[in-house]
Design a protein. Structure first.
Length: 404
């Protein structure tokens, strides 16, 4: 193995370690919400807000990450976030009701830093494997999220909900130590010097940035509406709660496969085809639930593949459309801020719509509209039309070939 290959492998392993820490602290909450409410006297409204608080933290903190990374660097900022995550988990679990809220808010804020900076680090350290590395990174996130949800109730039965949520402080601390060791490795400053001549205009005034943001927001909103309301939607179709739970698990697991495969659909000069490939299954799944609800597992599986592929597509676009690390950080922060704000509002809007109409059909129609919008945005953002976009095209070509 060449030194360059060893460096790429070490960079990938470090990114995947961080990915392990970005979801279990949130997904472990849902299965024990009832226990939390019973223990602390919280009603359903408060528990719903508790579940949405990390997403609101993503939205609030994401635009600020590029300023922090300019001061401390990507490694230092991410290290601080991992330490903050450990503290947030401890505070949430063992400091009473105020700590529950403060710790949850801290978890959302610190995870937001990881969400924003990982695409930046992937672009910097794995420039010829952006999409493939992003697919693998997303698979690790999804797998860790599933584990967090799966072990929550068994751990609570061994101890209490506090143990179930607080136990994650230990592995997160190990990951923080591993990342600290990474910060001891000096990085070649040549990349920063090479980028110095490029103008860093605000991404908020960039049409391309808004297209990336729209793609991110639409796919995230669809995902969170589905994971929030799918069991209820299926109950209205006569599906048992147990079966609906299995279907929800399938929806998330098949997304891992979709995320791993979509990088190989990317082409040298355009990612439009890959964006279409990622989005069409979402539309098929929603349309199927509307017109042929008798086979929900088929449509849920198809939609799940599209959901996983769409997430990887969104994260890859953040890396591919940023010309420099600084620009990528701003773009990632912008796209994830608005994207997760929409994702937090989506389940609420879907619930209100269902309550107002007395049916879940309008919600499924709305998800189909979201898929159509994502398709249009994907075609538009798939071709990089900015000056100097040839570099992005070359990178996409190497991404499509996969790891060498």
């Amino acid at each position: 193995m060449t030194p360059r290959s060893r460096g790429a492998l070490a960079a990938a392993l470090a990114v995947y370690l961080v990915a392990l820490a970005l979801r279990p602290a949130q997904t472990a909450v849902g299965p024990v919400l009832g226990d939390i409410g019973a223990d602390l006297g919280l009603g359903e409204g408060a528990l719903g807000l508790l579940g949405a608080l990390p997403l609101l933290g993503f939205a609030a903190v994401s635009p600020l990450v590029h300023r922090l990374s300019r001061r401390w660097g990507a490694e230092g900022t991410l290290l601080a976030a991992l330490v903050g995550l450990v503290i947030g988990v401890v505070v949430r679990s063992w400091t009473g009701v105020p700590g529950l809220w403060l710790g949850t808010a801290a978890i959302g804020a610190t995870v937001a830093v990881g969400n924003v900076l990982v695409p930046v680090i992937v672009k910097r350290d794995l420039p010829d494997r952006i999409a493939v590395a992003t697919g693998a990174y997303s698979a690790v996130i999804a797998g860790a999220a599933a584990v967090g949800a799966a072990v929550a109730v068994p751990l609570a039965e061994i101890g209490t909900w506090r143990l179930s949520l607080g136990v994650w402080a230990a592995p997160f601390a190990v990951i923080a130590v591993a990342w600290w060791l990474r910060t001891r490795v000096a990085h070649d400053p040549a990349a920063t010097v090479a980028e110095a001549h490029l103008a860093h205009a605000s991404t908020w005034r960039s049409g391309t940035a808004w297209l990336v943001t729209a793609f991110m927001g639409l796919q995230a909103t669809s995902f969170y509406v589905m994971v929030t309301w799918l069991p209820t939607i299926e109950a209205s179709l006569g599906v048992s709660a147990h079966t609906a739970g299995i279907h929800l698990f399938v929806y998330q697991i098949v997304g891992i496969g979709g995320g791993l495969l979509i990088p190989f659909a990317m082409r040298p000069s355009s990612q439009a085809g890959a964006a279409v490939t990622a989005t069409v299954p979402l539309a098929i799944g929603m349309a199927g639930l509307l017109v042929a609800p008798g086979v929900p597992l088929l449509w849920i599986t198809i939609a799940g593949v599209g959901s996983g592929a769409s997430l990887v597509m969104a994260l890859s676009l953040m890396s591919l459309r940023g010309r420099t690390s600084a620009e990528t950080t701003q773009l990632s922060g912008m796209a994830q801020s608005i994207g997760y704000l929409l994702a937090a509002a989506g389940p609420v809007a879907a619930g209100v719509l269902a309550q107002a109409t007395g049916s879940w059909t309008p919600t499924l129609v709305l998800l189909l509209v979201f898929a159509a919008g994502q398709l249009a945005v994907g075609v538009a953002v798939g071709v990089d039309r900015r000056p100097g976009a040839g570099t992005s095209a070359a990178t996409a070509s190497e991404n499509a070939e996969g790891p060498s």
